[in-house]
Design a protein around this ligand. Sequence first.
Ligand code: MN
Ligand code: MN
Length: 453
Amino acid sequence: MFNIKNIFATSVLIMLFVLNSCKKEDISSGVPISKFTSDFSVGEDSLTVHFSNISAEATTFIWNFGDNSAPVYERNAEHQFVNSSSTTKKYTVSLIAQNPNGNSDTVTQQIIVCKKPIASFTAVSDFGATPFLVKFTNTSTNSATYSWNFGDSFTATGISNPQHTFINNTNEPKVYTVILSVKNEFGTSASFSKNVTVNLSGIDSHIAMGNPGNAQYNIDFPNNYLMIISQYIISYNNSKRTANWVSWHLSPEWIGDVNRQDDFRANLDLPSAWYHVDENDYSGSGFDRGHLCPSADRTKTIADNSSTFLMTNMMPQSPNNNQVTWANLESYCRSLVSDGKELYIIAGPYGQGGTGSNGYKTTVGNDVVVPSDTWKVIMVLPAGANDLTRVSTSTRVIAVKMPNNMTCSSQPWTHYRTSVDAIETMTGFDFFSNVSADIQAVIETRVDNVPAK
Ligand code: MN
Ligand code: MN
């Protein structure tokens, strides 16, 4: 009696024989055995694999490569696996061996096509004074293991985003080459390096109170690009072609008797592919090359003063804003230093479209954005040490927003006072973010009303 259940039972028995195919002599003639070898099973990006068919008792072969390509009906096969994704892919290759009776056997093998690792990292800052804590962010791709060499005989392994403190015990600035070596899960390696310059102690920390908007020293952040020099710190905006802000510490140590250098010039430390605003971009526009960090705040050395004439420290400023109202506030800040204070100052442009001596403009020169307003945020502390720890709810802060036009000077700078919160809302930046939130909440809502000239 023909019984379909028996046929299934028989098939199951045959399958069991095939699975136990190590004992080849046990398998009766007419049962195919599928088997193949390959010259590669692991590769990168694009891998061509040759498959050698060593099946027995079979006449028809079907290859499937597990990558949605068409099946191949050949004895031997060659196939190119192209991994165009961003991560490792595993392909299951199967060979079906059939005999003329329709009996078949299938074997599979995995082909792994990984991506080559690309090592890269960013550092929150690469210039500071000893002891210099640097936070690194690993931006490598296709990497399974990480090992760091900080260039000072210290290493870290298996940590993706390490922090490291550089100690310079010499008597001159020292450059450390930090190397990140990565490997993917198949052992292919790559590396990337970056220099960290560590100055002697005593150099100023202009952003001790915080890095507004978390500017990044990374070319992939062209509109929030952190630039650190010893005299001040910039968040540069390559679309506006001005800073978003400049932040500097003003204390007696910065004030001397060096004359204005007036050496306006392009900042060649900008990435080379970006436009470099130069000393002529504002010419004839009716707008001043207005300093963010003032020349007169940096008069201890010629180099200090000259640094303020880099065009990355300028914004197109209406003459009556720059030369009158803005300048009076700058002078007031220096008078506070003379009175025994030290200041943390952040200043920048806001908006687009201002009025200079030649009328209203939205840009000058090669697409340099003219701001509609200029703003400044100032923290005033008694001169002393450990500045961040001395900030309290009674710390004085001054915030101003002034129109970038010719009527700006019709009012004294004190008329333009507002709260730090108002400038935060306007710009989207969080000022004084290193200060506790409780203290920020108090000092940033207050509008300064101390009588001042
Ligand atoms: Mn000025
Ligand atoms: Mn804040």
